[in-house]
Design a protein around this ligand. Sequence first.
Ligand SMILES: [Zn+2]
Length: 295
Amino acid sequence: MIHHRHMQGVDYYQLLEFVGPTHPADIMLPKLTAGQLACNSGWLCPKYWSPASNRIVLSMHLNVIKAGSEIVIVDCGVGNFKRRPPSPSQDNLNTPVLDWLRAIDCPPERVNHVVMTHLHGDHVGWNTVRQGDRWVPTFPNATYYFPEVDWNHFSKRFFSGVLDPKGSFEDSILPIACADRMKLINGGDEIAGLLTGIAAPGHTPGQLVYTMSAGDETCLFAADTMHHPIQVMYPHVSSRACEDGETAHRTRVSILQLAADTGCDVLPAHYFGTKGWRITRSPAGFDLEIPANEF
Ligand SMILES: [Zn+2]
């Protein structure tokens, strides 16, 4: 599925591999209580939470930004034919992402920049495609930008023999380095004159979020600082996938403060929709406004 938003000088597309109630709420957000979910059910159901299965709704997608001759992809989803037995919903997918890219006039060979927020398996999948028994860069002419702190963290882990539980370092990250297409980046770095990175550690040590301005609109690609809108109300709730929950909490609060202060459109990595969330301050912390009837 393709979602599209036009901004001044920029076309932004979301290419959805899938969206659905895939993750058990009590496992994915262990500090969230059943009571907190229940008292928010009016706006959570059914779009963001399925009470019958107690699963939260997440999407897996790629963000594609087209501005003149620049084509930038922010995060690369799960990818095709990647074996991910620990995550049944992500195992061995076969979705028409390459056809969608051609449909929006962004064929793989024309993509210039592929930008990672962090190096978890559900963000790096389309970095590579299978060619025979090898994995090769999907975007042969692109520079791939990896957060330097994450590269150091995950490569050290991999090369010291620590289990690569999803196999994503080996099939989606290492082939990019071996093909000499990798560039390491840090907070403050700019990409293609469009994106500026901001350090957002906690979910992974080196996670970066990115701001993008187009005319008088500013988007914040907020990565996995928030997996679910309920975390705006309860910022202390980190996900099970966060490597350092306390740091992730502090980062989440700082991102929410930034969003409230600037009025930017917040686009977390697992939220489906191109308009983004608006964050305001409330007596209890933060409030959330999600655009009505976008889909
Ligand atoms: Zn993720």
